[in-house]
Design a protein around this ligand. Sequence first.
Ligand code: CAA
Length: 284
Amino acid sequence: MEVKKVAVIGGGTMGNGIAHVFAMNSIPVNLIETKQEFADRALSTIEKNLNRMVKKEKITDGEKVSTLDSIEVFLDVEEGVKDVDLVIEAVPENYDIKKSVFEKIDKAAPGHAILASNTSSISITKLAAITSRPEKCIGMHFFNPVPVMKLVEVVRGLETDDETYEATEAAAKLLAKVPVPVNDSPGFVSNRVLMPMINEAIFCVGEGVATPEHVDEVMKLGMAHPMGPLRLADFIGLDVCLDILKVLYDGFKDPKYRPAPLLVQMVDAGKLGNKTGEGFYSYD
Ligand code: CAA
């Protein structure tokens, strides 16, 4: 099955990036949001990121215009998914919200359509079980910033069939991304490895071993990471990091995944990183 048209549900950081890369690779996108103002914000972010690419001479002005023209906004999920081959859900990382989306898309999307989730840690098998087509459900996990990061973790649920996997892998390749196959397991590979590192960096700060700046300097200069773990935690969102650690902790029942008390406190205080203007660092 060839993916010729996609629907992206949610125009937040990940959703607008996913819509951006499909549209830029000539695959029409139905971008679904709950309110016009959220859709407008998503489109203006896409335009800003396309402008940056024009300025760097990665795309032409004409390619920017045709990318924006390839995105159509819908405020109704059922309407937005009815003529697509692939639906990618990128709504907040909350099982109940995703459940209600999967119920709707299963009813409204064509029978042949693949239902994918960009979840960073929720079980694909559990999401698939909500639908009448678990064999057509899969994880398509992109990384932020989506136009820049090459990886797509393609997560197979217990019942995902080979045809669905192959079509999803081919779609990722069309975007010039590198799909990596992973089986469904808490945190998949990316967050099972990344989050304990971020958590340990937060323990170092909480225990007074080093300041956030110094922890990040160690990892940037000593391990050649492009961003230190605490700057990265702010970039991902401290609430998202905490949610993923809870999924790992609940899924494995292993104390090595217990969230650092400082992380819990910062989330309780509403210091979530870049999106709230304050986390381990301050942002304008
Ligand atoms: N859209 C398009 N292009 C963008 C962009 C965007 N949103 N953001 C950055 N870029 C481009 C820039 O134009 C620049 O292009 P050139 O190389 O051609 O100059 C390039 O990316 C680098 O950007 P900058 O020069 O502005 O800044 P930088 O060198 O500090 O890099 C970064 C920024 C790419 C974000 C880099 O710091 C980085 O790779 N950080 C790590 C990001 C990471 O780990 N992401 C994964 C997070 S985990 C996740 O997303 C999933 C999860 O489940 C939690």
